[in-house]
Structure formats: C-alpha cells, structure tokens
Design a protein around this ligand. Structure first.
Ligand SMILES: [Zn+2]
Length: 225
C-alpha cells in the first residue's frame, strides 16, 4: 500500500509538460526506427552514383531497342549474364547493343555493364535507367554482361575478379545481400545464362561467397584510408 501511495504522490507532482515531452521523444524514436527498417528493406532509390575508376562510361544513345530511357526506380538485385559469344570484347558487345538502335534486327537487348576478357569494364546505361537484359527483372535490377574466352562460358580469372569487385561494389552501394540478391539470368527465366555458372552450381555458390568476402575487403580498405 505504501508503494502505491508513493507512486500516486510522485504522479501528482510530476510536471505534465515533461511527460508529454518524454512521450513525444519516445514516439519520434519509434517512428524513425520504423522508417529506417522500411527503407533498409526497400533499399535506396536508384541514383546516379559515382562509379569506380575502372569503369569506363560509354553510354548507348537513347533508343527504343536498347536504351529506352525508362526510369529504374529501385535496385533490388544484380543479375549476372554471359555474352554467349566467345572471345568478343566488352567494346564489341557494347557496340552490338548500340547497333540494335537502328531497329533493323528487331532485337531488344542491352546491359548496364559489360566486363571484358581483360577485366575492362564499360557502363552502357546509367544506374537510373533500366536495361533490356533480365526480362521480368529489368525494372528493379542492375545487369552485368560478362565476356568469356570459349564456349564453356567460364570467366577468365582476371574477368572473374573484376565481376566480383563490381558486384561487391554494387551490393555495398545499394545495400544488397549477395546471398539472395545477386542472381543469374537463369534464376529469372530458366535461360542457360551465365552458362558455366548454371551448369556448375558450386561455381555459382563460390562466386557469391567471393562477392561477400570482397565486400568485407572493400570495407576494410575504406576504413584504412
Ligand atoms: Zn543473360
């Protein structure tokens, strides 16, 4: 009973304005927590972030067939492809996408990035626009087309390392989980693309593990700067 009395007394003397202030502060903190959680889930909006030094921008001209200029609103994944045309360079593949703009071939195709046989990397489309690469996921993913020396579709070591580096950078920039949000074209449509990493699922698992490790390495390197 005495405890009860003390509590009542304290309540009577407490400044009501203070109570409202505390309540408002608690609600504000809760609101920010909820908004923060939602934003983290959705990922940041697509934006024209500064790309790493090894990326050379060679944007396609805006056209119906390979760069429609449609806004990419959210980035919820990275889709990996192989070009399917052995021993071709990143520039050749970028130029192929550009050539589609005439409409003569009647083919819709492009990619945000093309990584070449020497690891050279060309950006064909800004990160604020969609590419025509991943069918049903064009609207919320970034695409990487990868060159390969032969019919197996396996990436050369230097190309592989570059794709890991670029994918890790994208995952960090757009807060993506390499376990679930780095996918193959195959995971979207069942197409055998990227061929080697569809036919060898353990190589695909290793790729995503390498991306996760590279994300940590990039964080450490940045912290040391
Ligand atoms: Zn593909």
């Amino acid at each position: 009973m005495e405890t009860h009395g003390r509590r009542r007394r304290r309540r009577r003397y407490a400044d009501p304005r203070l109570k409202i202030g505390v309540l408002a502060a608690v609600l504000l903190v809760l609101a920010f927590a909820v908004i923060g959680t939602v934003l983290t889930k959705l990922g940041p909006a697509a934006k024209d972030v500064e790309v790493p030094d090894y990326v050379r921008k060679d944007y396609l001209t805006v056209n119906e067939w390979s760069r429609p200029g449609t806004e990419l609103e959210k980035i919820r994944g990275v889709v990996i492809h192989y070009v399917g045309n052995p021993d071709t360079t990143a520039q050749a593949n970028r130029n192929y996408f550009e050539s589609l703009s005439s409409g003569a071939e009647g083919v819709y195709a492009s990619s945000h990035f093309v990584v070449g046989l020497e690891g050279e990397t060309i950006q064909c489309i800004p990160l604020t626009e969609i590419a025509y690469a991943s069918n049903g996921r064009n609207g919320d993913t970034v695409s990487i087309e990868v060159c390969h020396p032969d019919e197996t579709g396996e990436f050369s070591p230097v190309t592989y390392d570059r794709v890991v580096e670029l994918t890790a950078w994208l995952c960090r920039e757009f807060r993506l989980d390499p376990e679930t949000e780095v996918i193959r074209h195959y995971d979207v449509t069942g197409k055998i693309c990227p061929k080697y990493y569809v036919e060898n699922p353990e190589a695909w698992d290793a790729f995503r593990t390498d991306v996760a490790a590279e994300m940590e390495a990039q964080k450490t390197a940045e912290a040391a700067d």
